[in-house]
Design a protein around this ligand. Sequence first.
Ligand code: HEC
Length: 226
Amino acid sequence: MHPERKHLGAGLLIGIIVTLLALLLIALTVAYTGAYNVAASRDHTAGVHWLLDTTMRSSVRSRAPEVADTQWLARADVAAGAGEYKAMCEHCHGGPGADPAEWSRGMLPRPPLLVEEADEWEPGEVFWIVKHGLKYTGMPSFGETHDDATLWNIAAFVERLPAMTPEQYRAFGPAHAHGPQKASDPHGGAAPAGAPHAHGAASEQAPADPHDAPHEHGPDSAEDHH
Ligand code: HEC
């Protein structure tokens, strides 16, 4: 090799290494100093929002199955999908004439109202999102607990949401009750009135170890564990 070229090659290599070290230093500084604000109460800056949203959309698009490749959608049971949706999705994403739960409005990103957003997604993409979830957003993955047929039922139902009236949504009936005992269904299908409010209801059978007990608000909780 020509000696001058050799010189240039070595300089380039050193430049790359120094740049990489500088980037590593910046990453470590951000990680250890608390410079980045992780609060969910403040929206992302426009640049970070664009980066996260574009990454998410490209990732889903490149991994989702083409519906044309599957027979699932044609066979989907939309009514069954409606029951699953009302049990597992409505509290975050709402529905026609159904508001999402209050607490979900404090999430970042805020779960979109699918009545408005579902148009943007192909059925195969909805299926993929529901099966695998979306990292760092709070969108859970349901693939561990639900088979593909159930997930396609949900995707088929979600695709119909934008054109659905509140009456049609209501006509699909109540949330799907999982398991044989409807009354104690954690999805809340036919839970006794007042039950969801009983956050500290375990007081009747308080565990021996106070650290295992649910946190109770009120004067008793002032007790000091030392
Ligand atoms: C705990 C709240 C929560 C639950 C429960 C939940 N999701 Fe999500 N979902 C989210 C969040 C947060 C996002 C991410 C939004 C973003 O990236 O902007 C999301 C994104 C999505 C998207 C992509 C929409 C978009 O435009 O970003 C779809 C489709 C979706 N969810 C469907 C479902 C379905 C169907 C269910 C029920 C099986 C469900 N979700 C349950 C919180 C939830």
